[in-house]
Design a protein around this ligand. Structure first.
Ligand code: SUG
Length: 418
């Protein structure tokens, strides 16, 4: 049976605050701080436990090799010798934000009735531009069942692709044919627009989507300028509901008209700028929530703790839940370590609609497996990383052996070079 499975990126042992993401206000604001990789990874595990407790299906992606020695080699250097800025780009744990791992089109949307996955090239930021090899390697293993999945290579690097963070899907139910929405940027004021329309169109073609059920919508320049470097910072969709900030799109009307025409029961929940200014939406990550439908049918918004701490946002939530809106329940999770780098609950997961029985079980988790993962993290992940120790040989050895311990515990030692 087709179900939505959330694949979370396990926070890697090199998680640090190097301020690498220009245009991401959290990453820029926390640059140079001491990070807590162990706490960060355990926060991620607890979020997955909360998803399981709601009755949702859960998967994981594994942290890639860091430092990325092969990437530094192609730049003619090593982690020991690289300039500090380059070394930081090879040490980032940014693959944790699995929403940027790939774009996924489930089988009911594609003309060959396979689920298509295309890893994002993430070419805008150097530290993210070398994630795709490891992502592709994992996708080729997890979704190797060729009768049900088609895994593509990333779109050529001339065009920026940031994956599911700029992609939404509306459907009467997950297993039914849907409307796929690709959100691209053209300008972001002083900040870069990361998703190019050429990349979005390429993914839609590769995924064999029906042009009548595909929309390309421009992200508003003001949203990117306010720090919404990805669309999933200002909008999220689940089944027949689109939840977005008033200023998310350059021109929302064609998108809403199409959704109205193609999605039975379509409902648009808009948050007005007068109630929640764009700055509060970006600071709290209200829209970087997981909007999910647990088996009890009560549509649930899984928000970061920062939502509760932002007055205008929490007031809006309380009013919505007390009224007749489609979001019936709100769950608060603590992912502070990830949030400080601009990654909320929705950034940490990639949604795949598929039959779990067709996926390599090593990438699926239950409570017992999460216990095993948490145990490895508690024993091996560094407690803290200061920005100036990123090239310390002792730290690097600790990070490499921590990752190896996790891969071994999950029977995925074949990923060691990836
Ligand atoms: O690409 N942060 C990530 C956050 C990604 C959030 N993902 C989604 N919105 N889907 C980024 O900007 C920070 C790394 C650093 O500064 O060290 C970083 O890469």
């Amino acid at each position: 049976m087709l179900r939505e499975i959330n694949f979370d990126g396990i926070v890697g042992p090199s998680h640090n605050y190097a301020g690498l993401s220009f245009g991401n206000v959290a990453s820029m604001g926390h640059a140079g701080e001491v990070s807590e990789p162990r706490a960060a990874a355990l926060q991620g595990v607890d979020k997955m436990r909360a998803n399981l407790a709601l009755g949702l299906a859960q998967g994981v992606f594994l942290p890639p090799q860091r430092p990325h020695r092969g990437w530094l080699g192609r730049l003619g250097t090593t982690i020991e010798q690289a300039e500090p800025a380059l070394a930081a780009n090879a040490m980032s744990a940014s693959a944790m934000w699995a929403a940027n791992a790939a774009t996924v089109s489930p089988a009911p949307d594609t003309s060959d009735r396979k689920c298509h996955l295309t890893p994002a090239n993430l070419r805008t930021m150097p530290h993210r531009s070398h994630e795709w090899r490891s992502t592709l390697g994992q996708l080729l293993i997890a979704f190797r069942d060729g009768a049900h999945f088609q895994v593509h290579a990333p779109v050529p690097h001339a065009f920026g692709d940031e994956g599911a963070a700029n992609h939404m899907r509306l459907a009467a139910a997950h297993g039914e044919s849907g409307l796929e929405i690709f959100v691209y940027g053209i300008s972001g004021g002083g900040f870069p627009a990361r998703q190019h329309v050429e990349a979005s169109k390429a993914v839609a073609r590769l995924h064999l989507l029906d042009p009548e059920r595909t929309v390309f919508a421009q992200q508003s320049e003001e949203a990117i300028a306010a720090g919404a470097f990805h669309n999933d910072v200002v909008a999220v969709a689940n089944e027949r509901v689109l939840f977005a900030h008033e200023q998310a799109f350059a021109d929302k009307q064609p998108l809403l008209d199409m959704a109205q025409a193609k999605v039975p029961g379509f409902e648009y929940v808009e948050v007005a700028a007068a109630d929640v200014p764009l700055a509060d939406a970006v600071k709290s990550y209200l829209f970087n929530a997981q909007l999910v439908t647990p088996p009890d049918g009560e549509m649930t918004l899984i928000v970061p703790a920062e939502v509760k701490a932002t007055e205008s946002v929490w007031r809006w939530i309380e009013r919505h839940v007390a009224g007749n809106g489609p979001i019936r329940r709100v769950e608060v999770v603590d992912v502070r370590q990830s949030m400080a780098n601009g990654g909320g609950p929705a950034c940490l997961r990639l949604r795949v609609v598929a039959d779990p029985a067709t996926i390599d079980p090593r990438f699926l988790v239950d409570e017992a497996k999460l216990d095993r993962i948490a145990d490895v993290i508690r024993r091996t992940w560094p407690e803290q990383i200061a920005h100036d120790e990123l090239q310390s040989p002792a730290l690097i050895a600790e990070i490499e052996s921590a990752r190896a311990a996790l891969l071994n515990a999950l029977g995925l030692a074949e990923l060691i070079q990836g």
